[in-house]
Design a protein around this ligand. Structure first.
Ligand code: AMP
Length: 406
């Protein structure tokens, strides 16, 4: 169901309670917490500028880290308020509470086009419990709710679903921010009716994390390419030896069921036919080499896809019109085992340059593209991790369900 978007609202003079994702990496430096990467703050600027220009009084709420209901000073959002002020070029009020009289007073003082950031909402255990009374206090006197925090939309928390319910019950509108709208467009609409061939590339550590995504996408894709450690559970299900590779032996049944569903539906299901193998020796990887056989010898682990698999996968990617990629092809954090992942990254960008739509489903594939300096050469990179996967399973996210239908 299409959701209302912030640019469809009349916000002049309205108090707008806005959930954003400011869960940014921070580090202590000289006794203060410093933001390492401001990507998530930058990502909210289009929505904030639109609301500022519309004359909204903007109350921002976010979480940072996992303070588990305690006031943990290193997880304060205060540095984020300063950073945001610099990036957006206007002052940002900060309130060291997210509920209570201080928060109400700070919100009441806002002028049209003003910005207020409330303290870490997870300083209160009631946030993750979606406590109704806490949600009511958070909502305060807000007229409108907007949500730009796709990365937090898979959880029904007070600041994602609770406040929306309260504002909707008062007759207020609840809308997606511009970033949220793009996530819903690319991970949702674009994959519902993809231009074909639609090629899905999945990698990473565990089949169990992504089996529901595979199951859902088997109903949409023309080809599914599997790399990373999760390929070994499929190889085991097919009767190959996997040596000491990271594998989930108790998941061969679901892997087999996915292989059968692919065969029934005529979906091509590609597994690596060769690998880079290595041995763990005293905590370091030893003897990396190409293993051209389908079987992996005892004592060795598959740590990346091999050259034959790289060539085969890249050829299929080159012919795609829609590409979805989630998860690395190997242990790409070690440069000796990164070739498979970076070759796939390059192939995805080349296909994009030739007219394919490429959608990167969050997590480590985003990291790999950024490390390779290719982040701007794909159509869309999701900002979500767990939320992207849940959405790709075809599930409605509670934070999205709570928004007003169009
Ligand atoms: P995920 O979060 O499920 O996408 O998994 C990402 C992690 O999977 C990365 O940290 C990779 O190092 C790891 N990974 C990918 N391939 C392998 C492999 N063949 N063996 C062990 N770990 C792997």
């Amino acid at each position: 169901m299409a959701k209302l978007t912030v640019n469809e609202l009349n916000l002049l003079g309205k108090r707008v309670f806005t959930r954003v994702d400011y869960n940014v990496p921070m580090e202590e430096s000289g006794g203060a917490m410093v933001i390492n990467d401001d990507t998530r703050i930058l990502a909210t600027l289009p929505t904030l500028k639109l609301m500022i220009n519309s004359g909204a009084k903007i109350i921002l709420t976010a979480h940072l880290g996992r303070p588990k209901g305690e006031r943990v000073p290193s997880m304060s959002l205060r540095p984020v308020a300063d950073k945001l002020a610099g990036l957006i070029g206007q002052s940002v009020d900060f309130c060291d509470q997210c509920i209570g009289q201080a928060a109400r007073d700070a919100a009441a003082k806002l002028e049209d086009g003003g910005l207020l950031l409330l303290e870490n909402v997870r300083y209160h255990a009631e946030e993750e419990l979606n406590d109704a009374d806490f949600a009511g206090q958070l909502a305060g006197d807000a007229d409108v709710f907007t949500n730009d925090a796709f990365g937090a939309a898979h959880r029904a928390h007070a600041s994602t679903a609770g406040v929306a319910g309260i504002i909707a019950a008062r007759g207020g509108q609840c809308a997606a921010g511009l970033l949220m709208e793009r996530e819903l467009q690319f991970l949702g609409d674009e994959l519902e009716a993809p231009e074909r061939p639609f090629v899905v590339i999945l990698g990473g550590a565990k089949v169990s994390d992504k089996i529901k995504v595979i199951d859902h996408l088997l109903e949409k894709a023309d080809t599914i390419i599997i790399g990373g450690a999760m390929a070994y559970t499929f190889k085991l299900a097919r009767g190959f030896a996997v040596g000491d590779s990271l594998v989930e032996p108790d998941k061969t049944g679901i892997a087999q069921a996915a292989l059968e569903k692919a065969a029934e539906r005529g979906v091509k299901f590609l597994l690596p036919t060769d690998n880079i193998i290595s041995r763990m020796n005293d905590g370091t990887w030893a003897d990396p080499k190409v293993n051209s056989a389908e079987d992996i010898p005892d004592g060795s682990e598959g740590v990346d896809i091999g050259p034959e698999s790289v060539a085969r996968f890249c050829e299929v990617i080159a012919g795609a019109k829609t590409i979805l990629w989630n998860g690395p092809m190997g242990i790409f954090e070690d440069s000796r085992f990164a070739k498979g992942t970076f070759s796939v990254a390059k192939a995805v960008c080349e296909a994009t340059a030739s007219g394919a739509k490429s959608i990167i489903g969050g997590g480590d594939s985003v990291k790999a593209l950024n490390v390779a300096g290719l982040g701007d050469q794909v159509t869309f990179m999701s900002t979500g991790g767990g939320a992207s996967l849940k959405f790709l399973e075809g599930k409605e996210l509670p934070g999205v369900a709570a928004l007003t239908d169009k």
